[in-house]
Design a protein around this ligand. Structure first.
Ligand code: UDP
Ligand code: LCN
Length: 797
């Protein structure tokens, strides 16, 4: 490859020289892909650059993700394909190129960002050596389907040496207990050979029984044959489960491994960690740091509980699954229930929220809400208290621990390690993708965002997790054009702190895509009029058009126009102020529609969050400047879910659209809520919506960095719908179908529990091999994370 580029570079010396000069002339320190693409494109359209297009050197430059100059050389990070990179240095005077190592690339980058540090030796974090011998996906298209790959691998590994694989499986079944109860096998089956015989005897016995006979009716005979409960509720199901096991012991295949492991009752008690924000069931949404994650977890809990009851029932076990959501107790709860230590979760039989306070070093309780960027000093203590409370509540350790966001994942990692439990991570959103160069210029964020601590916590918990679930593919590995959120942890630098040369590998089979859904009892199609309570419809009408009791701004003069709805927390990244600017600048769009914004509060002084207060001021200023009060209605955040569901539907009644203009959206629950309501949706092309929506079919993508084009696209759609009403219905239907096929909580819960069982087995299987990795991470935690969390970066200098 190198020879090809070198030759191409020599053939086009003059063009490349001129191009590099152009780059130098713009006084940027670092060039992003978008900058380079633009300059390269302009250059190739110019007289001097016209022969460059299509050459190997053009291809190399076109794949550059990042570039910078050092002396007379330009350094390039070339991302050939999803998650595949190489690094190059091109000398602009000698006109020679050389492929360089990742370390060299990062080292030079650090020297540019922090020249005062000169060439100080730095700590390199390298998880690579621990991964040797562990399976790894090869094809980028398989990223996020870890469990399917693992099943194939497990099947080969388990049975490479049939006897030892079978022995391990036998040992696992023999030791398997749930809440102290022995399941599957009893001690009368002494070894693998005995298990084979017992399976044959059992099948012989079962074949003579009525197939719908229940486990209770056969349990005594089965116990004599060596089998305890857990195989199935009826003779037919028990035989089927046993057949899956016999298949594995005879001629193992990945499907039988998956099918059999998917039948073992392993998960009864689940702990879910979500420390930051206001975690409650009402009156919390839209408060600082409190949004989709809370909605996601509450819906997840209900779906998991339903699925677990169904599973245990099918396996013939009469047990009560328990789910605990562990979060922070906030004494000054701002009118929410976040000061209550225990809260049963509505719509479940047994699930509860358990709140545990943050304490300072003296052990005193912290009374106020704390931003997610400042929770780090409290987490270790919080984890210890969680551990005690959890054991008391479950009457033992849980079977499965799920972390949420960086703080919850770190606590989950501490707890799972302490208790030897399977750990699953859910990031929701990794901050690194939201704040450009927040790693390289990490010191500028200390005090406000404390990213050094957060990224260290992320690295630890990503590596300790038994598996990681993501809502989309791009969350892991991005797209051909953009780097994935997890991919950005593969290699990066925080100058003066450490350099990561192998942080996490997106080809690791621990990654699995499991997308969330929307609560269908709340977010259902606008056309189901019989389910829409009249009071809610009139409350929403009042919010949108009336002299509402709550403070609102603006009054829609022309009620006949369709409504464009935007609803989100008022974070900078949500870009609601951006949308207002596009609307203000586009006459045609104003002709076609009114705009309704739901989010935040109207008085900036009432906000405890600086970023939100800034956005509130900006929205007021924009409405003032452009005189938008007769076509824009701004309604403060709405925390009643049912009302929110009705807002989408009332907007659909006007044949309007939902607009999600975020600069970046990790997943975007509002997008699937709107689609579930039958409301055509325009959502950002950066992040999850790129996958949830098929552009032009089940909705549309818009570029938040090109407001004029986005506004024009929305206006054109509304214009077309006015002329051809069927066009609106088509998009509305396609959105509903898309959600029903891919984004439901039923699909989610079923898959997550399957993963928990299979990775639980995998954990048992690889326990010994993982010890070195664990020790390295413990050291990283103690020597890097803990001092950072407690004292800030000065302690690590
Ligand atoms: N939401 C709400 N009221 C509001 C604003 C948002 O109930 O005023 C809900 C919205 O329905 C969705 C969640 O908050 O369920 C936001 O989730 P999303 O994933 O879109 O964004 P996040 O806030 O997590 O970044
Ligand atoms: C956090 C986000 O930023 C959203 O994009 C997600 O939808 C939400 O969490 C739930 O995962």
């Amino acid at each position: 490859m190198h020879v090809e580029f070198e030759r191409s570079l020599q053939d086009h010396r003059d063009e490349v020289y001129l191009l590099i000069r152009r780059l130098r002339e713009s006084d940027k320190t670092f060039f992003l892909r978008s900058d380079l693409q633009r300059i390269l494109q302009e250059f190739c359209e110019s007289e001097s650059g016209r022969y460059l297009a299509g050459t190997p050197i053009y291809r190399l430059l076109g794949a550059v993700q990042e570039a910078f100059f050092r002396d007379s050389a330009i350094y390039l990070d070339v991302r050939w394909h999803v998650a595949q990179r190489s690094f190059w240095c091109v000398h602009s005077e000698e006109m020679s190129s050389r492929e360089i190592s990742l370390n060299e690339f990062l080292r030079v980058k650090e020297q540019i960002a922090a020249p005062h540090l000169e060439e100080m030796p730095t700590l390199e974090i390298d998880m690579g050596p621990f991964e040797r011998g562990f399976p790894r996906l090869r094809d980028s298209r398989s990223i996020g389907q870890g469990v399917e790959f693992l099943n194939r691998y497990l099947c080969n590994r388990l049975f490479q040496d049939m006897d030892s694989g079978g022995q391990r499986l036998f040992k696992f079944l023999q030791l398997h207990r749930l809440s102290g109860q022995q399941l599957m096998l009893n001690s009368s089956i002494a070894d693998l050979e005995a298990l084979r015989t017992a399976l044959q005897n059992a099948d012989e016995f079962l074949s003579r029984q009525p197939q719908d006979l229940s486990w209770k009716d056969i349990s005594t005979e089965m116990a004599h044959l060596g089998f305890e409960s857990g195989w199935g509720k009826s003779v037919a199901r028990v035989r089927e489960t046993m057949r899956f096991l016999s298949e594995i012991l005879e001629a193992p295949g990945p499907d039988s491994v998956a099918r059999f492991l998917g039948r073992i009752p392993m998960i009864l008690n689940i702990a879910i960690l979500s420390p930051h924000g206001y975690f409650g069931q009402s009156g919390v949404l839209g408060k600082p740091d409190t949004g989709g994650q809370v909605v996601y977890i509450l819906d997840q809990v209900r779906a998991l509980e339903r699925e677990m009851y169904e599973f245990f029932d099918n396996q013939g076990l009469d047990v009560e699954p328990q789910i605990l959501v562990l979060t922070r107790l906030i004494p000054n709860a701002e009118g929410t229930t976040c000061n209550e230590p225990v809260e049963p979760i509505v719509g479940t039989r047994n699930a509860r929220i358990l709140r545990i306070p943050f304490r300072n070093q003296k052990g005193e309780i912290i009374d106020e809400w704390i931003s997610r960027f400042h929770v780090w000093p409290y987490l270790e203590r919080f984890a210890m208290e969680c551990s005690r409370e959890m054991i008391a509540a479950f009457g033992g350790r849980p079977d499965f621990i799920i972390g949420n966001y960086s703080d919850g994942n770190l606590v989950a990692s501490l707890l799972a390690h302490r208790q030897g439990v399977t750990q699953c991570n859910i990031a929701h959103a990794l901050e690194k993708s939201k704040y450009l160069y927040s790693d390289l210029y990490w010191r500028d964020h200390e005090g406000e965002h404390n990213f050094a601590c957060q990224y260290t916590a992320d690295l630890i918990s990503m590596n300790t997790a038994d598996f990681i679930i993501t809502s989309t593919y791009q969350e892991i590995a991005g797209t051909e054009e953009s780097v994935g959120q997890y991919e950005s942890y593969q290699a990066f630098s925080m100058p003066g702190l450490y350099r990561v040369v192998y942080g996490i590998d997106v080809f690791d089979p621990k990654f699995n895509i499991v997308s969330p859904g929307a609560d269908t009892s709340v977010f259902f199609p606008y056309s189901r009029s019989e389910h829409r309570p009249k009071e809610l419809v009139s409350m929403v009408d009042d919010l949108i058009h009336g002299d509402s009791d709550s403070p609102v701004r603006g009054r829609l003069e022309d009620r006949s126009k369709p409504i464009l709805l935007a609803m989100s927390r008022l974070d900078y990244v949500k870009n609601v102020s951006g949308l207002l600017q596009w609307f203000a600048a586009d006459e045609r769009l104003q002709q076609e529609a009114n705009l309704v914004i739901v989010g935040g509060q109207l008085d900036p002084a009432a906000s405890t969050d600086q970023e939100e207060a800034d956005q509130i001021r900006q929205i007021h200023a924009l409405m003032d400047e452009a005189n938008l009060d007769n076509r824009v209605r701004w309604i403060p955040m709405q925390s009643d879910k049912r009302l929110v569901g009705e807002i989408y539907r009332c907007v659909a009644d006007t044949r309007g659209a939902f607009i999600q203009p975020a600069l970046f959206e990790a997943f975007g629950l509002t997008v699937i809520e709107a689609m579930s309501s039958g409301l055509p949706t325009f959502a950002t092309c950066y992040g999850g919506p790129l996958e949830t929506i098929e552009d032009g079919i089940s909705g549309f993508h818009i570029d938040p960095n090109d407001g004029a084009a986005s506004a024009a696209r929305i206006a054109a759609f509304l214009e077309r719908c006015r002329e051809e009403p069927g066009c609106w219905d088509d998009v509305s239907h396609a959105g509903l179908q898309r959600v029903a096929a891919h984004y439901t909580w039923k699909l989610y819960a079923n898959r997550l529990l399957k993963l928990a069982r299979i990775y639980g087995f995998w954990k048992y299987f690889t326990k010994i091999d993982r010890q070195e990795n664990r020790r390295y991470l413990e050291m990283f935690y103690s020597l890097m994370y803990r001092p950072l969390a407690q004292h800030g970066p000065s302690q690590t200098d």
